[in-house]
Design a binder for this molecule. Structure first.
Ligand code: C5P
Length: 341
């Protein structure tokens, strides 16, 4: 496919995220919940390439990881269209500045499991937004850029901010936290059960409706520490508090009851606190280094293979060792990944 002259392909890594804490403050009139959550980007990421194309419409070709869950990748196409609308009919690169920005041929290599609580679809959308602007040589003022991001999904503004952050409101209030030193290792285990986020929030509303104040306190404390300075080993030492600092834990236990014994079995296997990312079903453990997370990933894979770890779902889990990415946007993931076929 030929790119319109003067425009070049753009490649973006779309990182996964982890919620180190997730306080749910209550239901809003618009049907969403107010959150108070510390989000961190991970080294594990999808790879999105965008090529301006001499075609009438945008296209998307997806390769890579398939979890058997719904693809959920249409957000890339929605992001391209929303960004084109925001740039406006008068794209400055067109003759006389009269035409909309050109079509894009997108290729997405999925490395983040979908419907897993890792934010993959939202991250792809943020990468498509910023990548399209770069491919078109266009700019949006910050207010418009963040409004486009928020319109695509609650988690997208976090990914548009490129770093650890305190996320509030529905997800649109993002305060960067610049104090993480080093690169803590993260073990991720995603059972092959697709979890729909609305189902988990609906279960939350049905049983509680409002979060546990202790989770909010843990979030406030961690945000303060990550704002001023916290090393990788110090973060790993706080894993016990963080692993229970997720108000959606009782809700996921209703939606996927097998998560409860699975978390317990993981704790017994690894002798580490095991947390839940977002609405799940991905669970995590924090280590001072990537090397320790790699050892833990091998232990999980061995336990799955010899049948001593019972994981919910029809197939083998996705298992990965990666790192928390600091404040700077990492162009290539540092993750050492392990997946079962
Ligand atoms: O914004 P997004 O489409 O990613 O949200 C998916 C679903 O998650 C919403 O429909 C809602 O059920 C739930 N949600 C929520 N409060 C938030 C974010 C998401 O209730 N702050």
């Amino acid at each position: 496919m030929t790119a319109p002259s003067g425009l070049t392909p753009v490649v973006r890594i779309a990182p996964a995220k982890l919620n180190l804490t997730l306080a749910v403050l209550g239901l809003r009139p618009d049907g969403y919940h107010d959150l108070y959550s510390v989000f961190v980007p991970l080294g594990l990421g999808d790879r999105l390439s965008l090529t301006p194309a001499a075609t009438a419409t945008d296209s998307l070709h997806v390769t890579g990881l398939s979890t058997g869950a719904p693809a959920g990748t249409d957000l890339v196409l929605r992001a391209l269209e929303a960004t084109r609308r925001a740039v406006g009919g008068g794209w400055t690169g067109s003759p006389g500045g009269l035409s909309p920005a050109p079509a894009i041929a997108a290729r997405l290599d999925k490395r983040i499991p979908v419907a897993a609580g890792l934010g993959g679809g939202s991250s792809d959308a943020a990468a498509a937004l910023d990548g399209a602007l770069e491919a078109w040589g266009a700019e949006l003022d910050e207010h418009t850029r963040l409004a486009v991001a928020a319109g695509l999904g609650s988690d997208v503004p976090f990914f548009a901010a490129h770093g650890p952050a305190l996320v509030e409101g529905r997800g649109e209030r993002v305060t960067p936290l610049h104090g993480l030193r080093g690169a803590p290792g993260i073990l991720l285990v995603t059972p092959s059960v697709a979890v729909a986020t609305p189902d988990v929030f609906a279960a939350f509303a049905a049983i509680r409706g409002t979060g546990d104040g202790a989770v909010r306190q843990s979030s406030i404390h961690l945000a303060s520490e990550l704002g001023s300075g916290l090393g990788a080993a110090d973060l790993a030492a706080r894993a016990g508090v963080l692993a229970s600092a997720n108000d959606l834990l009782p809700a996921i236990a209703l939606v996927v009851p097998a998560i409860v014994p699975f978390r317990r079995a993981m704790t017994r296997l690894l002798h580490r606190p095991i947390g839940l990312s977002g609405s799940g079903p991905t669970v995590w453990a924090i280590y001072p280094s990537l090397a320790e997370a790699v050892v833990a990933a091998a232990a999980v894979e061995a336990a799955v293979a010899n049948g001593s770890l019972d994981v919910p779902g029809d197939g083998p889990p996705f298992v990965a060792a990666t790192t928390i990415a600091g404040s700077l946007l990492t162009l290539e993931p540092t993750a050492s990944r392990r997946t079962q076929p």
